[in-house]
Design a protein around this ligand. Sequence first.
Ligand code: ATP
Ligand code: MG
Length: 225
Amino acid sequence: MVAIVEAINLKKTYMLGKVPVEALRGINLHIDAGEFVSILGPSGSGKSTMLNLIGALDKPTSGRLLIDGMDVSKLGDDQLAELRLSIGFVFQFFNLIPRLSARENVELAMSIANKRKRRKRARELLETVGLKERMKHKPVELSGGQQQRVAIARALANDPAFLLLDEPTGNVDSKTAREILDLIHMLNKEKNVSIIMVTHDEKLAHEATRTVFMVDGNIAKELVN
Ligand SMILES: Nc1ncnc2c1ncn2[C@@H]1O[C@H](COP(=O)(O)OP(=O)(O)OP(=O)(O)O)[C@@H](O)[C@H]1O
Ligand SMILES: [Mg+2]
């Protein structure tokens, strides 16, 4: 089986003017296809930095990072962009386009050229996330939880190798958070989508099959739940 993530002594240092900020100090992490991994840790511990590297949104300062078998430090900008298409992102603040309907938001993310196929697939995805009756609604006409479901459907648009979620329940109430977690479980178990989720919420983190604890740019421990 090909690992979806293989990090070896991975480091990321940001430069704030002339001051280096060591956000990741030597991460070793292996994630297999099919896993549901949560990343837990205090603010500033490097969780988002880690997720951005795994999502090929940024490059490591040193160390090795293989994503879906590809060595990111050896890829050019075009190849990185292509790799990014095979990754689904979900953020805390949904990031939907306000003037587009739920269906159009999902369609827009698709790389399929054929418009009819795009529409059909967008409809299927919105059904999968439980929004069959809300396809024509614009983001302001949807609840926070529904907007996050649209964002998840959009993240699935190109059949990604895995989903990256950064605090997906950070902006919704606890009941809605529960529903989003149930959806994530369903995608993992029934649709075989690999999941990597950053969260502050310990209870939610322990629902993953494995939890990685980050402290100060390092992995402090890993727990199989
Ligand atoms: N673009 C940047 N330039 C400089 N420093 C940065 C940058 N992004 C993050 N950092 C620093 O890197 C460290 C890790 O930040 P990161 O955003 O990964 O933390 P986090 O664990 O996601 O925190 P939070 O839980 O608050 O989202 C922090 O000290 C942060 O200030
Ligand atoms: Mg963060």
